[in-house]
Design a protein around this ligand. Sequence first.
Ligand SMILES: [Zn+2]
Length: 311
Amino acid sequence: MIYLKLCMVFFSILFASCSAVHKVKVTNELNKNDTLLNHLSYLSSDQLQGRKFGTIGSTLAQDYIIKQLKELNVQPLNSSYLAPFTINGFFKDTVANNIVAFIKGSEFPDQYILLSAHYDHLGKKGSKVFNGADDNASGTSALLYFGKLLKQKPLRYSVILLFTDAEEANLKGAKAFVTNQADLLSSIKLNVNVDMIAGSKSTKYLRYISRGLPQLLNSADIEAFAEVDEDSILKQGFRQQNRRENKNINWNLASDHGVFFKLNIPFIYYGVGTHNNYHQTSDTFENINHEFFSQATNIIYQQLRFIDQKL
Ligand SMILES: [Zn+2]
């Protein structure tokens, strides 16, 4: 009997340390994560001129994202990483480009969790560059980082990495994706959209909203999902008001997840909400909250793995 008890103690310690090891490894890696911050630093640099669709800065961003994906050996979803679409302008049409990559799932290769983040921003006005460090070089960097971790340890479900263009032009990239990939839509279980997760120096909380989770998880798992928050920075829901513009925000439609929401595809949207640097030239690498960004990226990753296990 005592021998059995000793075995049980031994195995429970072993089991606890295994999952703790993976969690700690991810956290340590994220904490010392030059990669994540290097992505953000380059994507929000003046060189990329605020990454407005159809500009040289946008092309530089595309080249960078594709180079990273190739280095990680993450394949394109289709024959090319680039998925071009046309934006009709008043004077001329502009070609914009989504970037779409794929990581095969270990159990359900034909069903997808779609991770999305827009890489475009406002560009330049006169000589002023809107660097868009938080909006949305942060989400783009996190998606690249998830690509790295998921390539090392794939989920049960296949993952589509969707880097959208022209989100700042009324979600045109996400709309082009659902039009051009209509055949895939019925196999998309969940959209996880990441937009503005680095905040400003005073940011304390990573906020999220979701729609359709009860279609995917039982109530106990939904509760457990909300508790995957080792840094206690997660908050459900966003402040309604955009104080600067003094208007209410419909967060269901505030970023690319809105396109999937309208198609009744369940989504989770992560962001910090609006802040003083929102859509200002002050949204720079220096003004984001570096540590918060790493913690936020870590929690989104942990919740992603949790959901993948429970779906
Ligand atoms: Zn944004």
